[in-house]
Design a protein around this ligand. Structure first.
Ligand SMILES: [Zn+2]
Length: 306
């Protein structure tokens, strides 16, 4: 009994740390951490933007996404070793990583639910490829965004990371106040529903190798209520992660030493892992209305070998 209490207590403490790094095996913190080793990370916006938005709002959403990258960039400039560079707008709509092909770190909105457009008998469901095949949102309705990261399972080195925003289930906004009254009826409200920059700042934490923490002040806290904009600003713990994992003038830091050598791209035994991080609302009965307004940021993991 004492042992169980102590274990639960230590788990709770661990989960509310200032920051938690992502691991090759997400449930095993003794495995290698995920991290980038490239000095410049080029990312691209899908040219389509948010299909739910008019052109002017699309531009504001793009600006909000760029502002999220800039918030992280400022920390990397102070104490880190990674630089973000925005590449051209792309017509690309596929997420994930394909060996021996040109891959992009893509940010895109999905505005149609796969359940509505991909036939139930389609093999894409079993292969978990419906999102790319039909250009649709293939996660549950309560998930706001997903970050899909592909990495070398041996070294933890990240190859690729793509972010999808769920415009089929959420109204994305860019104004700073006031929070929208619930339920949100307009597709273009002049209030804060799901803030693009707030969401992207969290997802970019996943992109650079952060897992969730239950420290409520962290941008990596796994819940985000509708109307929230406070997480546009990166907290001290997440900043500390950048300074420690990506120290200025030094190599990015792994969690296990000695670091296993990265596989070379032509290596036939290359083992790629993929992790999906996202966030969802809980929904629920009226008496859970306080909870219903919250969004949960959850993890799902799919290991693949190729
Ligand atoms: Zn998350």
């Amino acid at each position: 009994m004492m042992g169980t209490t102590a274990l639960l207590l230590s788990l709770a403490v661990a989960q509310s740390s200032p920051y938690v790094r992502s691991h090759v095996d997400k449930d095993d913190s003794s495995t290698q951490c995920l991290f980038w080793t490239t000095p410049t990370l080029t990312w691209n916006l899908s040219s389509v933007g948010n299909p739910e938005s008019v052109d002017e709002q699309k531009q504001r959403e793009f600006a909000a996404i760029r502002a999220s990258f800039q918030s992280w960039q400022r920390i990397f400039e102070d104490c880190g070793n990674l630089r973000f560079s925005e590449g051209p707008l792309l017509d690309e709509r596929r997420v994930g990583y394909v060996q021996k092909e040109e891959n992009h770190n893509l940010v895109l909105f999905r505005s149609r639910r796969c359940q509505e457009i991909a036939p139930a008998a389609d093999k894409c469901w079993a292969e978990e490829t419906c999102g790319n095949v039909y250009d649709c949102w293939d996660s549950d309705d309560r998930t706001i965004a997903l970050t899909l990261t592909t990495y070398d399972e041996r070294s933890g080195i990240i190859y690729d990371s793509d972010i999808q925003l769920n415009a089929s289930g959420f109204v994305f906004t860019t104004v700073s106040s006031p929070p929208c009254a619930q339920p949100i009826s307009s597709k273009t409200p002049n209030c804060v529903a799901t803030d693009v920059q707030n969401t992207m700042t969290h997802e970019l934490g996943h992109l650079v190798g952060l897992d969730h923490t239950w420290l409520s002040s962290s941008v990596m806290y796994p819940q985000a209520p509708s109307g929230e904009v406070s997480k546009r600003i990166i907290d001290a713990g997440s900043r500390d992660f950048v300074c420690r994992a990506y120290p200025k003038g030094l190599a990015s830091q792994s969690c296990l030493t000695p670091t296993l050598n990265a596989s070379s791209p032509g290596d036939t035994s290359l083992a790629l892992g993929r992790q999906v991080a996202g966030c969802s609302t809980t929904g629920g009965a009226p008496w859970l209305s306080a909870l219903a307004a919250l969004s949960w940021l959850g993890w799902r993991r799919r290991g693949v070998r190729s």
